[in-house]
Design a protein around this ligand. Structure first.
Ligand code: ZN
Ligand code: ZN
Length: 354
């Protein structure tokens, strides 16, 4: 996988790096586990892992020397001394204060770098997807879309939000998801004006929007999409709002390319919504990265000044929410290519009347 080798090309703040978060450990070793420690030096990496995982680790992890964990701190200290390291960086984003205190207490002679440098470097690495990761994400999305296509036959007046959410989850598992990306959102009618509402026992009725935000996980990688459909016929206002959101979404996808900042991309969709008089009704940011976690770097938001890079994934999910009436959100996710982007979401998004 080579990711461990590349860590010190992206990070130079300390003599070694201690990786303890489950997700980052999986990212660097390729192996899922609920415990274990990766210790990385510029020329060598180690995975210390306990008895429960040792057999699998020896079979599957090739980029790090696998060591059975007995007494973690003395074992880490021994490796640190062997490599003559004086400073060790930790993941500020995920290490708890208690763990940090314990490391400080035990490794007195070591200078522990608790700055954001290591977490930032890892986040930047993770945000750019390689072919292997992209394959998993495409597969996750395929599963979610297949389930969604099937769900459309199930939606009708009388079906409750919870029933629809349950059916969507069931279909995703049936089609091969190892998990769902997050608690599936299915909302209808006035509930759709709450961007992250929770499915209730409310039945869907004629002339209402149904908003569904969901994703599947495949081999650790997430997908994320939102569709808003109508049961029966929408009002003129509903149709108008739907088309504004769609126009904003299409314009942002058109503009998504390496070199644009997250803030600029957000602004393209936001401008269209503002110009049509609904600026106040788009209260969240345009998008986020997706990968081993459902929300990761980069971001497309008014305060994300960093430039987006080739190989990064970003969701494009503008919405208009009119309290007490209805809401519309349309979400695809794209990967940035040399000159533009490739939309990983294939299913239609013209307004659908069921
Ligand atoms: Zn979503
Ligand atoms: Zn999203």
């Amino acid at each position: 996988m080579d990711r461990l080798k590349k860590l010190f090309e992206n990070f130079s703040g300390a003599d070694c790096a201690l990786i303890t978060s489950d997700i980052n450990r999986r990212y660097f070793t390729g192996m899922k586990s609920s415990a274990g420690t990766v210790l990385v030096f510029p020329d060598k990496a180690y995975l210390l892992i306990d008895f429960r995982y040792i057999e699998k680790a020896r079979e599957t992890v090739s980029d790090a020397e696998v060591i059975e964990q007995k007494k973690l701190y003395p074992q880490i200290m021994e490796l640190v001394k062997r490599h003559g390291a004086k400073t060790m960086a930790i993941e500020s984003e995920t290490m708890t204060v208690r763990e940090l205190n314990a490391y400080r207490h035990f490794f007195r002679e070591l200078d522990i770098d608790d700055s954001d440098a290591l977490s930032n470097a890892i986040n930047a690495m993770r945000s750019v997807k390689d072919e292997e990761e992209l394959l998993c994400i495409r597969k996750a999305q395929e599963i979610a879309e297949k389930a969604y296509g099937e769900l459309l036959n199930f939606l009708r007046a009388g079906v409750t939000e919870r029933q629809a959410a349950l059916e969507l989850n069931r279909l995703m598992f049936e089609y091969g998801a190892e998990d769902i990306s997050f608690d599936t959102i299915v909302l209808s009618g006035a509930n759709t004006s709450m961007p992250h509402g929770v499915p209730s026992d409310k039945p869907m009725t004629d002339g209402e929007f149904v908003l569904m935000d969901f994703g599947a996980v495949w081999n650790g990688y997430h997908s994320d999409m939102t569709r808003t459909v109508c049961i029966g016929k929408p009002t003129d206002e509903m149709e108008r709002v739907y088309n504004i959101v769609l126009e904003a979404q299409l314009a942002a996808i058109e503009a998504a390319r390496p070199g644009i900042t997250g803030c600029e991309l957000d602004g393209i969709a936001r401008k269209i919504i503002e110009n049509s008089g609904y600026g106040e009704c788009f209260g969240h940011s345009l998008g986020h990265g997706v990968g081993l976690e459902i929300h990761e770097k980069p971001n497309a938001s008014p305060n994300y000044a960093a430039v987006l890079k080739k190989g990064e994934i970003i969701t494009v999910e503008p919405g208009i929410y009119i309290a007490g009436k209805f809401g519309v959100r349309i979400e695809d996710f794209v990967i940035l290519t040399e000159n533009g982007c490739d939309n990983l979401t294939k299913c239609a998004k013209n307004i659908i009347y069921l």
